[in-house]
Design a protein around this ligand. Structure first.
Ligand SMILES: [Zn+2]
Length: 344
């Protein structure tokens, strides 16, 4: 079968690899029908050192179950399933608490030992805990939005929950990539009154406005902080969604939270150090967030997608085939595409 392998910064190839197959009795074999390239895939694309073996890529996918192991009970051959970006048993103490990204018997796709979603098929460990059957056809028009539930929409929702977004609140979203745009959707969905997007790219800004952003701040650094204060009677916002991960964007996020506010961090941190520890201490700012337990959120968000109340699939502005995946990475890295969807 064909799958995507990253061998180093800027070096993504689609190559022949051994066919995915069942190994454990709790596995399912899923033939991928849709997958995506994630903003977080761009971190290794920018930084990864050269590797002889490379890393299998892709953690957002939907597909059809082709086979299941002897211990799989809930998932059936022929099911169309969504796979969240972490796999999990669904039974351990963290899964029961809805924190499947910390599953004691779980993990993340790709790397050197597991299949990735940017390939023709995937061995899915802990299939019963991991996979969510979708009651639609594989070419349903909602497929792009359903695909976002495997990561970016769930991650935007997680950021909003961590930032304590609620009815009538003032919210800022730092970074208008796919996750930030889904953060705008999530903030609106949870009843935010004011949603300020901090970004400077026209394509993202236009989409954010359609998703419910009320104000745009295109300045950066101290100027951005000043601008947000101007938009909030000098106070800052109650909820901040940090959807980038750089130290500078984190500093901005922490600096625009008003006293008593909360910051939900979902951008993968690119720095070891948390800035602004002293002002956020004196301002009683809650700092929360981390990798979203997408598995916990899919069932909650699914009806809103199926009934058309939210359209997160609009973040996909490029559709490619598997052999075009290297172009998809390049386009996203060059900011020529917000997010690429792979059709098989
Ligand atoms: Zn678990």
């Amino acid at each position: 079968m064909q799958a995507t392998i990253m061998y180093g910064a800027g070096d993504v190839r689609v190559e022949n690899v051994p066919d995915a197959r069942l190994i454990e009795p709790t596995d399912a074999l899923v033939v991928v029908t849709r997958a995506a390239i994630c903003g977080s895939d761009l971190w290794p694309y920018k930084k990864m050192g050269p590797s002889e073996t490379g890393n299998r890529m892709g953690h957002e996918f939907i597909g059809i179950v082709e086979a299941v192991g002897a211990d799989v009970r809930k998932i059936k051959v022929g099911d169309l399933v969504a796979a969240p970006f972490a796999w999990s048993d669904g039974t351990c103490i963290y899964c029961q608490e809805g924190l499947q990204t910390s599953c004691l018997h779980g993990g993340f796709w790709g790397g050197t030992k597991l299949d990735g979603g940017q390939g023709e098929a995937v061995r899915v460990p802990q299939a019963d805990g991991t996979l969510v059957p979708l009651q639609v056809g594989k070419d349903n028009a909602l497929m792009p939005s359903l695909l976002t539930l495997t990561d970016v929409m769930a991650t935007g929702h997680h950021a909003a929950l961590a930032a304590k977004v609620g009815p009538g609140k003032s919210v800022a979203v730092v970074g208008g990539g796919a996750v930030g745009l889904c953060g705008v959707i999530a903030a609106k969905r949870l009843g935010a009154e004011q949603i300020i997007l901090l970004d400077r790219h026209a394509d993202r800004i236009n989409l954010a406005k359609e998703f419910g952003a009320t104000d745009i701040v295109s300045e950066r650094g101290e100027e951005a902080v000043t601008r947000v204060r101007e938009l909030t009677k000098g106070l800052g916002v109650q909820s901040v969604l940090e959807c980038v991960g750089y130290e500078e964007s984190t500093l901005t996020a922490l600096s625009i939270a008003r006293p008593g506010g909360a910051v939900g961090r979902v951008g993968v941190p690119q720095s070891e150090v948390m800035p602004a520890v002293i002002p956020t201490f004196f301002n009683n700012v809650t700092i929360s967030g981390g990798p979203a337990p997408a598995r916990a959120y899919i069932e909650e968000l699914l009806p809103d997608v199926l009934e058309g109340r939210i359209e997160p699939g609009r973040v996909f502005d490029r559709v490619i085939r598997l052999d075009q995946v290297p172009d998809g990475y390049r386009a996203m890295n060059d900011r020529k595409a917000i997010k690429a969807m792979i059709e098989f």
